[in-house]
Design a protein around this ligand. Structure first.
Ligand code: SF4
Length: 322
């Protein structure tokens, strides 16, 4: 199946109502990454999963660490009632389709910061497709360790100033720093943006590269950014973009066979079992879910439609009762 995505697959109701005109040029270079339509019809086409075993309650090793943001969760990996699903040789987490439908339901109003201020909303819609791709890449570079609101505001300042590889290369570091401040690690990002912009001018005629491999060779661009950039800028699905939200939630939901320590490890595990037709939307769904309900600290389990089937929540309640 061609990975090239079509314009009419990406419009959300809010997007199409308020921004469709202004974002026309952007949309032509983006994808159904932002399509939140219910694909339950596809669900029925998939092979029915068979529950093969339910292990008795046991104590898990608590020594694993996901990342510093969620270290507090380590002590909560106790008393696991583990239920797995196996299709042939392929491991799949139990209840994942129900959990996903619940997340879609909770995300249907699109009220999370990512909905209005994610990287797909940061480029100047009036710019050329080439510049939009550049600005999308820059937004992704700025977004690392930074809230969407802060990234979006920094990109608006950059766009107003003039955000092309050439103008950025002609901008002194201290001025660029002031434009992007207070994004996380802004001093390092000034250096990465400058180096990347020079490479784009020298090797790609001011455009961004069109392959995952080349994107990842740019200074400051890791796998997560590269996969999302392929999707946002080129409309191609090269893999799942796993950031700290996706990483954390996949571990809480036990969408990884064993606890994973890095987002990259989570990405590889997730890609082993999650059907490919869901890859384009999973980052967007989980990021917003992580911003509003499954928060890094103190997730709002009582408000969550998954609270009765989420092992993390069950374990948390058991721990509090103990
Ligand atoms: S029940 Fe709690 S931990 Fe589980 S998915 Fe919902 S918010 Fe996250």
């Amino acid at each position: 199946m061609s990975k090239k995505l079509k314009f009419n697959t990406i419009a959300t109701s809010r997007f199409s109502q308020s921004d469709s005109k202004n974002n026309e040029s952007l949309l032509t270079t983006t994808s159904k990454y932002f399509n939140t339509t219910n694909d339950s019809s596809k669900k029925t086409e998939r092979k029915r999963r068979v529950h093969v075993k339910i292990k008795s309650e046991e104590i898990e090793d608590t020594s694993h660490s996901i990342d510093s943001e969620i270290k507090y969760e380590e002590s909560q990996h106790v008393a696991v009632k583990e239920e797995e699903t196996q299709v042939g040789d392929k491991w799949m987490p139990s209840n994942w389709e129900t959990i996903l439908e619940n997340i879609k339901e909770m995300r249907k109003h699109q009220t999370a910061p990512v909905d209005e201020m994610g990287c797909h909303k940061c480029a100047d819609p009036k710019a050329s497709a080439k510049v939009i791709r550049y600005q999308s890449l820059l937004a992704l570079m700025l977004s690392s360790q930074t809230k969407d609101q802060v990234t979006h505001a920094a990109m608006q300042r950059l766009n107003t100033y003039g955000c092309t590889p050439e103008t950025i290369m002609g901008t002194p570091d201290d001025v660029l720093g002031k434009l992007i401040y207070p994004v996380g690690f802004w001093k390092t990002k000034v250096k990465y943006i400058k180096k990347t912009s020079q490479i784009l001018i020298d090797k790609y005629d001011g455009d961004i590269p069109k392959t995952l491999k080349e994107l990842q060779q740019l200074p400051g661009v890791g796998p997560k950014m590269a996969h999302i950039c392929m999707q946002v800028a080129w409309g191609e699905i090269s893999g799942i973009g796993v950031d700290t939200h996706v990483h954390r939630i996949c571990n809480r939901l036990e969408w990884v066979k064993k606890p994973t320590k890095t987002p990259e490890e989570t990405r590889m595990t997730l890609e082993e079992w999650l059907p490919k037709d869901l890859w384009s939307n999973i980052n967007y769904l989980l990021v917003g879910f992580g911003q509003e309900i499954c928060l890094p600290r103190f997730p709002k389990c009582e408000e969550c439609l998954n609270k009765d089937i989420c092992n993390f929540s069950k374990k948390d309640r058991a721990r509090k009762k103990a």
